[in-house]
Design a binder for this molecule. Structure first.
Ligand code: NOJ
Length: 606
């Protein structure tokens, strides 16, 4: 059992998120919290959508609403070097010491590559309408360059997965790029820093349309390009681990947007008429709420936060160019830094019209919210970065629940606001929610995840309210189907509906309580009434204690099996033997002997 933190850690009013200076002084934090509390009391009367954001809405989703769960190739497949797969930047990055928590890697992860049938079985149990997964580029094209070599074994794997999903009436939704760039392209060209990626990616996408397009009707070019650009090329927390502050992220994003547009046009001109599918992109975005809703500077800072996040990619794709506020801020800072041109690249008029409108539906990945206040950052050239370009500070309310990942606070009302923002900014596009969910820390072997039930319940309810507001949401994807490799956090954060026992080589899956709850939302297509929804929750938590016991028993069994293996296996390393058997045995014996000796001494004294 583990303790679920509902409150905040002492420092959790800090500006969270990558790269933002975190609470330089406790005194400042205290002030911020004070201001925040004041603002929150005034926030009670928000009239932003003429609806009280605290109340729960009982009702159902539109008929045909699609419910799903998601995964990505590197996070779940494992089989990193099997059947002719090439290396990806994540294979190489995770094998470098010190990059990932506990030096974990995705080498075997959930062994999804070998468990198609099992995993589709789990999806059936949930009665999912769709499953979102990604295709590993280096599994299909080992070097990333199509003319080099196509790996037919990789094609076979995805064929099998797709066919099995369709046989079970689960619609596949495919992401072409969920961060696993072929390593060769990184080494030879510098990856997304280089414009040549546009053509290589287009060839890969074209191959996927050719081989899988008769069965795939929903394509997404990129998943969360914000992370690729910022964490891959600006902060270096993610592969390929480059720290090109102030320029790297903008350049990577520029090429990604062009690559996205090119792939959309390829589909549009070569495949659409025959295959009749849709091509979109999955963008992630936190919501940014002004700390003080009566302060114009905070309002503008919050707007900037969202524009620099989701707007950075969505605005070119829907309107043809970067958000004006990005052009203004980065341009002005670049001039102050003595640069001849803006660090934000620009699109030519031809490029603008080529990029504009290249989105048949928008994928939205959303997890959390921040309070935002205006904060000027000096424009010194040495400190230039994506983060300082925004001139703002991020804050969180210490009362927001944060059960798992440090950055993930549960703020359901932010979801509705983000969805309404998309509607009003980009002409009410068709939306598929591609990621939404919450994690827990690794140490919790806890299947009774009532905080995840609460998260899903409240976030999907805010989505329902957004649909009532007129937002065109067609589907929802819970993130994620399984616990899996969580990038730089390794296996220390678990997002799954199903628990995966990573210590067991077979990677068995166990349902968490949230499986039962999500299943009910799906079968009722919403929330019928309070009594029933409370009942679902009660039943889900009841059944999970049995699964918890099963898991505990299984863990004991595997510990015992490991000890036996150590005793019997002649190849057992000497070190393992020493640390796992000899040391504990010697310690126990010494304690026993000392106790006996002590008793003997005491007796003699008497
Ligand atoms: C977004 C990423 O796309 C996904 O791969 C990751 O698991 C989630 N964020 C949670 O961190």
């Amino acid at each position: 059992m583990c303790v679920h933190r509902t409150g905040a850690e002492p420092d959790s009013d800090c500006a969270a998120g990558s790269g933002v200076p975190c609470c330089p002084a406790v005194a400042i934090s205290v002030c911020y919290v004070f201001v925040l509390v004041l603002c929150l009391s005034s926030a009670e009367d928000f009239d932003w959508t003429k609806n009280d954001h605290g109340s729960f809405y009982y009702g159902t989703f539109p008929a045909g609403f699609s419910w799903g769960a998601g995964s990505s190739a590197y996070q779940t497949e494992g089989a990193w070097d099997k059947d002719g797969k090439g290396l990806s930047i994540w294979d190489v990055f995770s094998h470098k010491k010190g990059k990932i928590q506990k030096n974990d890697t995705g080498d075997s992860s959930c062994e999804g590559y070998h468990k198609i049938k099992d995993d589709v079985g789990l999806m059936k149990e949930l009665k999912l309408n769709h499953y979102r997964f990604s295709i590993s580029w280096p599994r299909l094209i080992p070097t990333g360059i199509k003319s080099d070599h196509i790996n037919e074994k990789g094609i076979e794997y995805y064929n099998e997965l797709i066919d099995h999903l369709l046989e079970n009436k689960i619609t596949p939704i495919v992401t072409l790029y969920h961060w696993d760039l072929p390593q060769f392209l990184q080494e030879r060209y510098g990856g997304w820093q280089n414009i040549s990626m546009v053509n290589h990616f287009n060839e890969f996408a074209n191959l996927c349309f050719e081989r899988f397009g008769n069965r795939i009707k929903y394509w997404m070019t990129f998943n969360n390009p914000w992370s690729v650009a910022v964490e891959g090329y600006e902060t270096g927390e993610h592969a390929p681990g480059l720290r090109l502050r102030g320029t790297g992220a903008y350049k990577a994003a520029h090429h990604i947007i062009k690559a996205h547009a090119k792939v959309w046009h390829t589909y549009d001109t070569q495949w659409r008429a025959k295959q009749k599918g849709l091509v979109g992109i999955s963008l992630s975005g936190d919501w940014g709420e002004p700390v003080d809703i009566t302060n114009q500077k905070d309002i503008e800072a919050a707007e900037r936060y969202v524009q620099f996040y989701l707007g950075w990619f969505a605005t070119p794709i829907f309107h043809g160019d970067y958000p004006q506020v990005m052009k203004d801020f980065i341009g002005r800072k670049s001039v102050q830094q003595g640069l001849g041109t803006s660090r934000l690249p620009s699109f030519s008029p031809q490029e603008k019209s080529y990029i504009k409108g290249t989105c048949d539906f928008l994928g939205v990945g959303h997890f959390t919210t921040r309070y935002i206040t205006q904060k000027n950052h000096p424009s010194a050239r040495s400190s230039s970065s994506y983060f300082t370009d925004r001139d703002l500070a991020e804050l969180v309310d210490p009362r927001w629940p944060d059960p798992g990942s440090e950055w993930l606070y549960s703020v359901p009302w932010g979801f509705r606001r983000l969805l309404n923002f998309v509607k009003s900014q980009y002409g009410n596009p068709m939306i598929y929610v591609t990621e939404n969910g919450v994690s827990e820390k690794m140490l919790c072997t806890e299947l009774c995840d009532d905080w995840r039930i609460q998260y899903f319940k409240d976030y999907t309810n805010e989505m329902l309210k957004a649909i009532k507001d007129g937002v065109n949401v067609k589907g929802y994807t819970a993130w994620s189907l399984l616990d899996k490799f969580e990038w730089d956090e390794g296996y220390s954060e678990r997002f799954g509906l199903y628990y995966v026992d990573f210590r067991n080589k077979n990677k068995p899956r166990y349902p968490k309580a949230s499986v039962q709850f999500y299943k009910r939302i799906i079968s009722s297509n919403g929330f019928p009434n309070q009594r029933e929804v409370e009942n679902w929750r009660r039943k889900a938590v009841e059944t999970c204690s049995t699964s918890n016991q099963l898991l505990a028993a299984e863990e004991q069994r595997s510990t015992a099996a490991n000890i036996l293996r150590l005793i019997h296996d002649p190849l057992t390393s000497h070190m393992e033997m020493v640390t796992e058997i000899v040391v504990p045995t010697v310690c126990t014996l010494s304690i026993l002997l000392s106790a006996v000796f002590l008793m003997f001494l005491l007796r003699r004294r008497n």
